[in-house]
Structures are given as structure tokens and as C-alpha cells.
Design a binder for this molecule. Sequence first.
Ligand SMILES: *[C@@H]1O[C@H](CO)[C@@H](O)[C@H](O)[C@H]1NC(C)=O
Ligand SMILES: *[C@@H]1O[C@H](CO)[C@@H](O)[C@H](O)[C@H]1NC(C)=O
Ligand SMILES: *[C@@H]1O[C@H](CO)[C@@H](O)[C@H](O)[C@H]1NC(C)=O
Ligand SMILES: *[C@@H]1O[C@H](CO)[C@@H](O)[C@H](O)[C@H]1NC(C)=O
Ligand SMILES: *[C@@H]1O[C@H](CO)[C@@H](O)[C@H](O)[C@H]1NC(C)=O
Ligand SMILES: *[C@@H]1O[C@H](CO)[C@@H](O)[C@H](O)[C@H]1NC(C)=O
Ligand SMILES: *[C@@H]1O[C@H](CO)[C@@H](O)[C@H](O)[C@H]1NC(C)=O
Ligand SMILES: *[C@@H]1O[C@H](CO)[C@@H](O)[C@H](O)[C@H]1NC(C)=O
Length: 293
Amino acid sequence: MIIKSIILLTLVVFYSPFINGNPKCKRRLVEEWHPQPSSHVVNWTLTENICTDIYRDCWLLDVNTKMNTSGNRVVPQICPLQIQLGDILVISSEPSLPSPEINIMNVSEASFIDCLQNTTNEDQLLFGCKLKGMHTVNPKWLSVGTHYFITVMASGPLFCQLGLRLNVTVKQQFCQESPSSEFCSGHGKCLSEVWNKIYSCHCQPPFSGKYCQEFDACSYEQCKNNGSCINKREKWHKQGYECICCPPCTGRDYSEIIGQCQLNICFHGNYSNITANSFLCEHEGHFSGKNIC
Ligand SMILES: *[C@@H]1O[C@H](CO)[C@@H](O)[C@H](O)[C@H]1NC(C)=O
Ligand SMILES: *[C@@H]1O[C@H](CO)[C@@H](O)[C@H](O)[C@H]1NC(C)=O
Ligand SMILES: *[C@@H]1O[C@H](CO)[C@@H](O)[C@H](O)[C@H]1NC(C)=O
Ligand SMILES: *[C@@H]1O[C@H](CO)[C@@H](O)[C@H](O)[C@H]1NC(C)=O
Ligand SMILES: *[C@@H]1O[C@H](CO)[C@@H](O)[C@H](O)[C@H]1NC(C)=O
Ligand SMILES: *[C@@H]1O[C@H](CO)[C@@H](O)[C@H](O)[C@H]1NC(C)=O
Ligand SMILES: *[C@@H]1O[C@H](CO)[C@@H](O)[C@H](O)[C@H]1NC(C)=O
Ligand SMILES: *[C@@H]1O[C@H](CO)[C@@H](O)[C@H](O)[C@H]1NC(C)=O
């Protein structure tokens, strides 16, 4: 035990210039989905990209953000990773570690935090051989969700405690109505913020809906004079809106009412269902006109 502590101390002293002088993990708070899978190389080394404070230097987040860890803030670790489902993860042990006798194990969050290696769980080892050089992680370890990988070695949890452990979150996207359709129907971006578990559509107005497939004609404030606007969606690609006229139109005298509903402002569309106090303006696809109730 004493020998172990001395080794630990020596390593901490040896590595601390790197740990303290280490730049914070590079990351963007919002990522856009890339249609082609990419490959991520993680250097399994203590000399770079080791962060210590989960919020401050691992994620660069305010403590008040939506991240939820089990209370521990200080967990030295390799900069945590967020990847897309289908991406390739390569672990590189170059520059080589002091001891090549290590492997990587998939563990629970609690075992990640405490560096608990369960030696009976051989089936949770990521690689069939000891870590040396470049190893591609089998996709079976990278299903959707958060995964925790720690260094295991015969001589104990030392390297894990110093930071040789990795938190990888794999995200999938819900941005396509079908596998062949355009991302966000071509009217938005497929994005994920750090604390989101999935990628989803962020639509450009006037589009809305899960896949930005809905055209929100009313977002243009089509109905003037306090008329209320109702989006009408009958058929695919045929969208329109209905203006229900404002209170003056609800008077008893119909000749007055008709004067309130001005029909000359339904650009690029056809009127239908004209009543005393409402009309329907139907158009195909995009619409950029204004309407007066
Ligand atoms: C990993 O190490 C290689 C070679 O030492 C270096 O070129 C590369 O930038 C490192 N990757 C990261 C993510 O730091
Ligand atoms: C964070 O997680 C703990 C335990 O997993 C839970 O009790 C707590 O409510 C969570 N906090 C938030 C803000 O989600
Ligand atoms: C691992 O990263 C995820 C975000 O990708 C985060 O929600 C989780 O709290 C992190 N776990 C730990 C132990 O830091
Ligand atoms: C990885 O470990 C977690 C936590 O122990 C477990 O739930 C998960 O099933 C493991 N993954 C595989 C592929 O065995
Ligand atoms: C180790 O893993 C085995 C098999 O999953 C389990 O039965 C045992 O309780 C674990 N031991 C510890 C200390 O977690
Ligand atoms: C619209 O309604 C608001 C209050 O609901 C009222 O103050 C305003 O004068 C109305 N505008 C017109 C053009 O009728
Ligand atoms: C137009 O009015 C007719 C009769 O009131 C109604 O059946 C029909 O659904 C209306 N069409 C639209 C597009 O609102
Ligand atoms: C308007 O009606 C005319 C004649 O019925 C038709 O040819 C045209 O396609 C319609 N336009 C729209 C935008 O619905």
C-alpha cells in the first residue's frame, strides 16, 4: 500500500505540470449532425487532454446548467467525448504508457467515478489484447447512451485515478421523417446541445414541427386588425390559413361586415369559403404576402 502511494505521488508530481498547464477540453456547446460518420482518435495518455473539474474544465459549463453528475465534481479524466451513433472510436496508446500491461473496461458510472475494476467481469474488457498502439472500439460498446471506460491493470486502479478513464456519450438523431428524406425537410438544422441526449431539428421560421415539415403561414401575421389566424393543412404541400375577422365584423349588419374583410390581399393564392367575417387563402408551398382582415 505504501509503495503504491509512493508511486501514485511520484506520478502525480511527474504529471502535474501537464495536468495544470493543460488546456481545457475543446468543445462546442452546440453540434450539428454530420451525415457521414466520422472517426475520433482518443490518445490514452496522461500527458494531454486530462481535465479535472467536471463542470469547469471538462465541459466548460456553468454549474447551473442541466448536467447531472452524482455529486462529484473532481474526477480527473480524459476529456469526455460526445459522438454520433455510427461514428468510429479509436483508442491510441501512443505516446506509449509507462506500462503496456493495461486494458480498458466498460463500467457503470459509479465504478467510473471510484475506479472500481471488477476483475471477474472479463467480458467487459474492450480489447482482446493489452493496449498498445491503435485499437478501434467495437461498435457494440457504443450504443446510444453514456458509456464509461476505465483503465484496468493487474497492479491496481492507479492509472484510472490519475485520469485514464473516458466518458463517451453516443447520440442519435431524430431529424429525418424517413431514412431517405432530407434533414429537417431542408428547412432547419439538426442540432444537439451538450446537455441534450439527441439531435433534433431547429427550424427556420415560418417552418415548424418535429421535422420542420409544417409551414406556419400565420407566423407572418397575415391577419390585420386583430383578426385571428388559423393554419389550415389539408393536403401535403397545400397549406393555407384562415382569417377570422376582428370584432367589428361581428356586427349585425352584413353589408358593413363585408367591407371589413378585404379580399384584395391574398397574394399568390386563391380565396375560398368567403363568408361575412372570414375567408380562406390557399396557396402552394411558400408564401410571402401579407393579409388584411
Ligand atoms: C494524439 O497524439 C497525436 C500524436 O502524439 C497528436 O498528433 C494528436 O493531436 C493527439 N490527439 C489529440 C486529440 O490530442
Ligand atoms: C440528479 O441526479 C440525482 C440522482 O441520480 C437525482 O436525485 C437528482 O434529482 C438529479 N437532479 C436533476 C437536476 O436532474
Ligand atoms: C458523462 O457525460 C455526460 C454528457 O455526455 C454527462 O451527462 C454525465 O454526467 C457525465 N458523467 C460523469 C460521471 O461526469
Ligand atoms: C457496459 O457497462 C454498463 C454498466 O455496467 C452496462 O449496463 C452495459 O450493458 C455494458 N455494455 C455492454 C455492451 O456490455
Ligand atoms: C463483479 O461482477 C460480477 C458479475 O457481473 C458480479 O456478480 C459481482 O458482484 C461484481 N463484483 C463487484 C465487487 O462489483
Ligand atoms: C387590437 O386589440 C387590442 C386589444 O385587444 C386593441 O388595443 C387594439 O386597438 C386593437 N387593434 C385594432 C387595429 O383593432
Ligand atoms: C368551406 O366551406 C364548406 C361549407 O361550409 C366546408 O364543408 C369546407 O370544409 C370548407 N373548406 C375549408 C377548406 O375550410
Ligand atoms: C388558383 O386557382 C386557379 C384556377 O382554379 C388554379 O389554376 C391555380 O393553380 C390556383 N392557385 C393556387 C395557388 O391554388
